[in-house]
Design a binder for this molecule. Structure first.
Ligand code: INI
Length: 156
């Protein structure tokens, strides 16, 4: 029987340089996402001095700043963190859609993996649930996805 070649990412972060880009908007939630991402990455071997945290005003600004960081060649991966909470107007949809679309485009244009840690929720309660309580911590999930993707890409 022929062997199937399988490529899988190891979850070791030692030696990498990682940027976290985090919005100030809804920082009560976003700070928990940052904490989760930093905790995950350091427990997987990333040295604290190899983490750079960049704060941006809101989710809308995430793609532009991620693009500059990705293009700098200084980072192996980026974790984008933010929280968009639905209000009474369509503003939510514009901010959330543009942020998500922009981040995907930066990944594809630059080849630098971006962990998508942008919460889009109907309420503050749903955001709290996803920032270190009953639905986990999406900052952790985004950091884990970025790390795995970095290690997969290295092998292709
Ligand atoms: N930015 C967020 O990160 N979350 C939100 O919920 C949000 N809402 O609802 O307005 C938000 N708006 C600000 C936006 O991201 C930009 O910073 C702003 O429009 C200036 O460009």
């Amino acid at each position: 029987m022929l062997r199937i070649r399988t490529i899988e990412g190891q979850l070791s972060a030692g030696g990498l340089k990682i940027a976290l880009v985090a919005s100030r908007f809804n920082d009560i939630i976003v700070d928990r996402l940052i904490g989760g991402a930093v905790d995950y990455l350091t427990r997987h071997g990333l040295e604290r001095e190899n983490i750079c945290i960049v704060r941006v005003p809101g989710a809308f600004e995430l793609p532009l700043v991620c693009r500059k960081l990705a293009g700098s060649g200084s980072y192996n991966g980026i974790v984008a963190l933010g929280t968009v909470i639905r209000g009474a107007t369509p503003h939510f949809d514009f901010v959330a859609n543009e942020a998500a679309k922009g981040l995907a485009q930066v990944c594809l244009d630059t080849g630098v993996p971006i962990g998508f840690g942008l919460l889009t929720t109907d309420s503050l309660e749903q955001a709290v649930e996803r920032a270190g309580s009953k639905a986990g911590n999406k900052g952790v999930d985004a950091a884990a996805a970025m790390l795995e993707t970095i290690r997969v890409l290295e092998q292709i």
